[in-house]
Design a protein around this ligand. Structure first.
Ligand code: AMP
Length: 281
């Protein structure tokens, strides 16, 4: 496994390889878990060379405390990557990624005005800054993103289309713990009690998916969900939305629930912010 920290060095190395090899890329912020590893496994199956980046990107954090607390464990990440057969790791520092302040402002055609974008101002602009920089350095043929970050996946697909970036974006299924909680690097920040109640997020998504036909209106579903979380003091629900996968707008009729529609949830469990979603396909 080759490990690079410098932009110029990984660029030169990949420019050589790209001539006759398919390059697959998995961008991450580290603290790797089975969710990340599933993307890497898929990338390995579908490409000649798998590149993984590990970089906690400051510009996508709107909450300073979240950025400071974000788990960083490069040594154990590198061990996992080596074991799984990753070919190339890119783990730059801030000076390498942002030698100058990045002033770029991206247009997401309104996709950033709802849910995560609404609750985390500037988040997707920061994501776009780092992802476009990484795509420019790695120039992958394919890049792998988790459906766990559903809105991010939709926005990245929009971005590469809009900017004509020649990369195929592949969405990968959400990997869950045995009880259903979506795997996340932030889960390790939960204490025992918080970890126990965190499962309520995925439980609610599965419940709504299995039982939406028992409700008469969307409003009934929203009331049910909000009332449920009112009763759990450790959970502070930020939003629950049932949206159209293409424009991320709330659907306006319960009859529209079905393929092409996704239920998304975000909540703080204690001080830790978690998100999850489920598709009605
Ligand atoms: P992160 O390190 O959180 O930025 O995530 C890196 C990539 O892994 C993103 O494309 C995420 O959507 C994806 N990812 C994170 N958690 C999971 C999960 N539980 N299942 C599948 N993919 C995931």
């Amino acid at each position: 496994m080759e490990i690079f920290t410098k932009v110029k060095e990984i660029k030169d190395f990949l420019d050589e390889l790209r001539r006759d090899k398919l390059i697959g890329f998995v961008p991450t912020m580290g603290a790797l878990h089975e969710g990340h590893l599933s993307l890497i496994k898929k990338c390995k199956e579908e490409n000649d060379i798998t590149v993984v980046s590990i970089y906690v990107n400051p510009t996508q954090f709107n909450d300073k405390e979240d950025f400071i607390k974000y788990p960083r464990m490069l040594d154990s990440d590198l061990e996992k990557l080596n074991k799984i057969g990753c070919d190339i790791v890119f783990c730059p520092d801030d000076k390498e990624m942002y030698p100058e302040k990045d002033e770029r402002v991206f247009d997401f055609g309104g996709l950033d005005k709802v849910m995560e974008g609404k609750h985390r101002p500037g988040h997707f602009n920061g994501v776009a800054q780092i992802v476009t920089k990484l795509f420019d350095i790695i120039k992958p043929h394919r890049a792998y993103f988790g459906k766990k970050d559903f809105q991010q996946l939709v926005i990245i697909k929009f971005l590469v289309k809009n900017l004509n970036i020649p990369v195929e974006i592949i969405g990968c299924p959400t990997v869950r713990e045995d009880d259903g909680l979506a795997m996340s690097s932030r889960n390790m920040l939960l204490n025992e009690e918080e970890r126990k109640v965190a499962v309520e997020l995925s439980k609610m998504l599965f419940y709504v998916k299995d039982n939406y036909k028992n409700f008469k209106t969307l409003e009934e579903i929203y009331n049910f969900v909000y009332n449920h979380f009112e009763k759990i003091p450790l959970i502070n629900l930020e939003y629950f939305e049932i949206v159209n996968d293409t424009n991320l707008q709330r659907i306006n009729d319960i009859e529209k629930i079905g393929p092409g529609v996704t239920a998304c949830i975000a909540a703080k469990v204690g001080k830790i912010r978690l998100i999850d979603n489920i598709s009605f396909e």
